[in-house]
Structures are given as structure tokens and as C-alpha cells.
Design a protein around this ligand. Structure first.
Ligand code: MG
Length: 236
């Protein structure tokens, strides 16, 4: 899983270099697929329940599951990229939101708060803690910063399947849910809206957008719990 996670992290780092005004999301998708295959791995999202891309590309008010296509990024956009890798039978899943050129102060703050909410969640991951401690870490940090956590989608266990038990909600009380044990691997993925938490799915059957049209950001790491603490697998 460490190897799989490193491929995912490398691909994300390379995609980040390509994010600029003028590039299409399909071009980002093609680049991701090429890099994943060159690393001897497979794009885990491609064909998953019929998904047509190797990555999800979600722009501005799009929360998650955006389909790569001919849309060109423009100055001031924010784009969330979600990607999954399968290597030697093991999955990894990671996401990050990027600014396209200069973005508004609100967009910058949304990205920073969402990234930090993932860090807070990872810090809550220790042997003997409860699953709800992770959820609470995300929710309390995001709400203290006056943004909204998307509650209709959650993180998940990950391993020989992309989505395993348990679900990892981004909202909920601390001290509840199963106890965390060494050897567990969780994909923790806060989705945060600048406006209200409500979302809806577009007619394409995939793209999740904020109902009020507000900006949304998404960060995700696949994290293993060891006796010594959390180990982020989707990092270089
Ligand atoms: Mg995920």
C-alpha cells in the first residue's frame, strides 16, 4: 500500500505542475493515466461503476466526481483533483484542490482550511481513539472557520478494495464509533463548501455541485495507523 500510495502522490505532484489557465481537464486526465501506467499501476477510477476518466476534476462549485472533458481552466478557478491507483492489488486514493493562477482571498482561505482540516483529522488518528474523533476533528476545525462540511459523502477504509468498511464521516461527535487499531488504513477526505453544506448531482449522473453555487474544496489522503501513529501513504 505504501508503494501504491507513492505512485498516487507522484502523479498528483506532476499534475500540479500542469495546472494553469488554458489546459483542459481531459489533458490532465490523459497525463494522469499515462503516469499511472508508466509506474506499472492501473488507474483505479477508470471504469469504476462506469466512470469515464482516470481522475475526477471538479471546478469551483463542483464538489467531487467531476468528469474530465474539454473545459479549459481559467485564471481564478479552483480545481479539485481526485485520483485512485491500483498497484499489485492494493489501492490508494488521494485528492487535492489547486488554485489556477491568482484566486480570490475566499478561494485561498477555503483551500487552506480544507487542507488543514485533513491534517487535523490525521492528527486525531491514533490507536485506541474512536472513529468519531476523526469526524469531529474535521467538523470542529471547518466550522470554527465558518465554512460548511459536506456531510452526504464520506471517507472510507481502503486496501484490496477501493472502498472498504468503515465509512469515515466528516461530521459527528467525538468518542463514538469503532476504536481505531494498528493496521487500519483509512481514506480520509473532507469536502468543504464556502457556503451551505447542501449538494446535488448533475444530470451527467456524476458531478456533485454545491446547491447554492458556492465554491468547494476537497483534500484526501490514504493513511495507515501504526502503533507509533498515523502514516500518510499518499505522500512522497
Ligand atoms: Mg476516496
Amino acid at each position: 500500500m505504501r508503494q501504491s500510495g507513492k505512485v498516487a502522490a507522484m502523479v498528483m505532484q506532476e499534475l500540479a505542475k500542469s495546472i494553469a489557465p488554458g489546459i483542459t481537464t481531459a489533458e490532465l486526465d490523459k497525463k494522469a493515466e499515462k503516469l499511472i501506467r508508466e509506474a506499472g499501476a492501473e488507474p483505479a477510477f477508470l471504469g469504476y461503476r462506469g466512470f469515464p476518466g482516470s481522475i475526477c476534476t471538479s471546478i469551483n462549485n463542483e464538489v467531487v466526481h467531476g468528469i474530465p472533458g474539454l473545459r479549459r481552466l481559467k485564471e481564478g478557478d479552483i480545481i479539485s483533483i481526485d485520483l485512485g491507483v491500483r498497484l499489485k492489488g492494493y489501492y490508494s486514493d488521494t485528492a487535492a484542490t489547486f488554485a489556477v493562477g491568482q484566486v480570490s482571498a475566499l478561494a485561498r482561505r477555503l483551500i487552506d482550511v480544507t487542507r488543514q482540516s485533513l491534517e487535523e483529522a490525521i492528527a486525531a488518528m491514533r490507536v485506541g481513539a474512536h472513529l468519531g474523533d476523526i469526524s469531529h476533528a474535521v467538523q470542529s476545525y471547518v466550522e470554527a472557520n465558518r465554512f460548511s462540511v459536506v456531510y452526504s459523502y464520506a471517507g472510507h477504509g481502503i486496501g484490496t478494495e477501493m472502498h472498504e468498511e468503515p465509512q469515515v464521516p466528516n461530521v459527528g461527535p467525538p468518542g463514538r464509533g469503532p476504536r481505531l487499531q494498528a493496521g487500519m488504513v483509512l481514506a480520509i477526505e473532507p469536502m468543504v463548501n464556502a457556503g451551505a453544506a447542501d449538494v446535488e448531482v448533475l444530470d451527467d449522473g456524476w458531478t456533485v455541485v454545491t446547491r447554492d453555487g458556492s465554491l468547494s474544496a476537497h483534500f484526501e489522503h490514504s493513511v495507515a495507523l501504526t502503533e507509533e501513529g498515523p502514516l500518510v501513504l499518499t505522500a512522497l
